[in-house]
Structures are given as structure tokens and as C-alpha cells.
Design a binder for this molecule. Structure first.
Ligand code: NAD
Length: 298
């Protein structure tokens, strides 16, 4: 199968790598020269534009920062929908609002191209290990067709319903994640300030009722989880600016249905402050900085 991969960043890069490892032919495009170099080293075919990649493809996967990038790649002046063959499948794994992907799917349907949303959970570690969870919004036939590609990048494929419902699942999940990371950071920082060894505290939390993904797999305190961004200077993870974007999507969706999201609104301010301080590119677990005097993490 020939696959076009648009957006080879922290997530898309390792996802494309796993497709190549599985023996798929992958045509890739990214705006970043460095991302393209790494993709070429892994055996991918570098293209000069999204259209050039899509022209060759039966399946397109996009993994882009936000809705405006996705809209531009699919529907823009040089958008891929105008060059894809009828019968092609498109999988957008970016985290965006449900309406944008529904709009793209409508345009695509008129050209006999099936578009689905398949945002992911599992972070950069899951992308590298090929153990992502895909939350798929698609018609049944599309789900069956795209599952044969998604299985090379993830270990869990969840059908959420029609196009757009994958994004609904994703933004609700990330609302919880943004809040739970802040909760773990608050508890870890308080424990350290009160004098307990952070390793001992994490050990207790992770065998007690405070346990969650943010405490066990992705602990914000350095050194607790050797593979987590906190243990490498909060680099190469899920950027705080992306978490801020996701909370914005959740709050916007909540406003549409008049639902209150008090905790979400509260932690949104903390991630906003990280971004305002020029730390938006660092992992979102860096939210722990809010709770500590500067030298405590040195
Ligand atoms: P990233 O910034 O590392 O990668 C995005 C890539 O898209 C960049 O390499 C950028 O150069 C490229 N790009 C931007 N515009 C482009 C265009 N027009 N054409 C081609 N390439 C373009 O971001 P990421 O961490 O890989 O996240 C990608 C998406 O996945 C986001 O929507 C994010 O919310 C979501 N996500 C990220 C994580 C994570 O842990 N990083 C986890 C789950 C979901």
C-alpha cells in the first residue's frame, strides 16, 4: 500500500517510522528540513509538497499542529483533495475541533474520497513504541479499511462513531489529562516541600488511590519515570502550547452545549502562563514549575 504522511514532527515522525518498519511505502512531507532528513534516514520518500506526496497515495495520514494547518493541507489553494484519486482514504490524527474534520469529510465525499478523524492518545512514547490508541470517527467501511494501516502504529483502535466523534473523545480525554497533570504536580510539589523523598511519595501514590497516568507513566517530577520528559529537561514530549490548544478546544466545545468546565478553565490559566513565559515548547508536565521555588528542581 502506498501511504502519504503529512506532518513528521514529534508524533508524525515516529508514526511514519513504524509504517516503514512494517514494510509500507511512505511518501512524506513536512515544512521542517530536520524532520524530512530523519524521515529519509528511516527509508521514507521525501516529497516537496503535500500534493506531491498525496498524488502517489492510496492512504493519506496527517499529523499537524492545529485546525488551520489541517484545513490548509486538505482544502487550501494547493490542497490534497484536488489531487487524490477517487477511492482514497484520509486519516487525520491531529487534535482539532470536530467541525473542521466534518467539513473536510463533506467536501471529500463529493469526490469519492473517505476522510476520517483518528486522534491519538499515548504521547511520543506511544508513537515510538507503536502502542498508540486511535479514537476513530468514521463510517463502518472506512473504519475497516483504515484499521489495516492504523494497526502498524497503535495497539488500540476504538471506533467512537461518525466523523468528528474521535475528536470529541480526544478533547474530553485531554481535558482530564490537563487537570490530572496539574493535580499530580501539586501533590508531588507539596510532598517535596513538606520533606518526603519524591521517589517514596511517587511509590505511595502509584500504589494508592491518587494513581493515574500522570503519576505513574509521565510523572512531572524529574527522575521518577526515566522515559518521561521530566527526566530529560521537559523536552521532546507533548508541548504545553498543544495542551493549551486542547483545553481551548474543550472549553469551546463546552460553551457550545452550555456545560460548565470549572477545573478546565482554571488549569488553562496555568498552561497559558507557561506559554507566556516562553516555555510553551516544553512538555506540559513542566506545569510543576508553578508549584516550586526555582532551585527545587535544579
Ligand atoms: P509537532 O509540532 O512536533 O509536529 C507537527 C509537524 O507538522 C511539524 O513538524 C511541522 O513542521 C509540521 N507542519 C506544520 N504545518 C505543516 C504543513 N502545512 N505541511 C506539512 N507539515 C506541516 O507536533 P506533534 O507533537 O507531533 O503533534 C501533532 C498533533 O498531534 C497535534 O495536533 C497534537 O495536539 C497531537 N498530539 C500530540 C501528542 C504529543 O504527545 N506530542 C499526543 C497526542 C496528540
Amino acid at each position: 500500500m502506498s501511504i502519504a504522511f503529512i506532518g513528521l514532527g514529534n508524533m508524525g515522525g515516529p508514526m511514519a517510522h513504524n509504517l516503514l518498519k512494517a514494510g509500507q511505502k511512505v511518501y512524506g512531507f513536512d515544512l521542517s528540513e530536520q524532520a524530512l532528513q530523519q524521515f529519509a534516514q528511516a527509508g521514507g520518500v521525501v516529497c516537496q509538497s503535500p500534493q506531491e506526496a498525496a498524488r502517489q497515495a492510496e492512504v493519506v495520514i496527517s499529523m499537524l499542529p492545529a485546525a488551520k494547518h489541517v484545513k490548509d493541507v486538505y482544502l487550501g489553494e494547493n490542497g490534497i483533495l484536488s489531487v487524490l484519486k477517487a477511492g482514497a482514504y484520509c486519516i487525520d490524527s491531529s487534535t482539532i475541533d470536530p467541525q473542521t474534520i466534518q467539513q473536510i469529510a463533506e467536501v471529500a465525499k463529493a469526490r469519492h474520497i473517505a476522510v476520517c478523524d483518528a486522534p491519538v492518545s499515548g504521547g511520543t512514547l506511544g508513537a515510538q513504541a507503536g502502542t498508540l490508541t486511535f479514537m476513530v470517527g468514521a463510517e463502518h467501511d472506512t473504519l475497516i479499511a483504515v484499521s489495516s494501516v492504523l494497526k502498524h502504529m497503535g495497539s488500540n483502535i476504538v471506533h467512537c462513531g461518525d466523523v468528528g466523534t474521535g475528536q470529541i473523545a480526544k478533547i474530553c480525554n485531554n481535558l482530564i489529562l490537563g487537570i490530572s497533570m496539574a493535580a499530580v504536580a501539586e501533590g508531588m510539589a507539596l510532598g517535596a516541600q513538606l520533606g518526603i523523598d519524591p521517589q517514596a511519595l511517587a511509590g505511595v501514590i502509584n500504589s494508592s488511590t491518587g494513581r493515574c497516568w500522570s503519576s505513574e507513566v509521565y510523572n512531572p517530577w524529574p527522575g521518577i519515570c526515566p522515559n518521561a520528559p521530566a527526566s530529560r529537561g521537559y523536552r521532546d514530549g507533548f508541548a504545553a502550547q498543544l495542551m493549551l490548544k486542547d483545553l481551548g478546544l474543550a472549553l469551546q466545545a463546552a460553551a457550545q452545549v452550555d456545560q460548565s468546565v470549572v477545573l478546565g478553565e482554571f488549569v488553562q490559566q496555568y498552561y497559558q502562563q507557561l506559554c507566556d513565559q516562553g516555555q510553551g515548547h516544553l512538555d506540559f508536565s513542566n506545569i510543576i514549575q508553578h508549584y516550586l521555588p526555582e532551585p527545587a528542581l535544579a
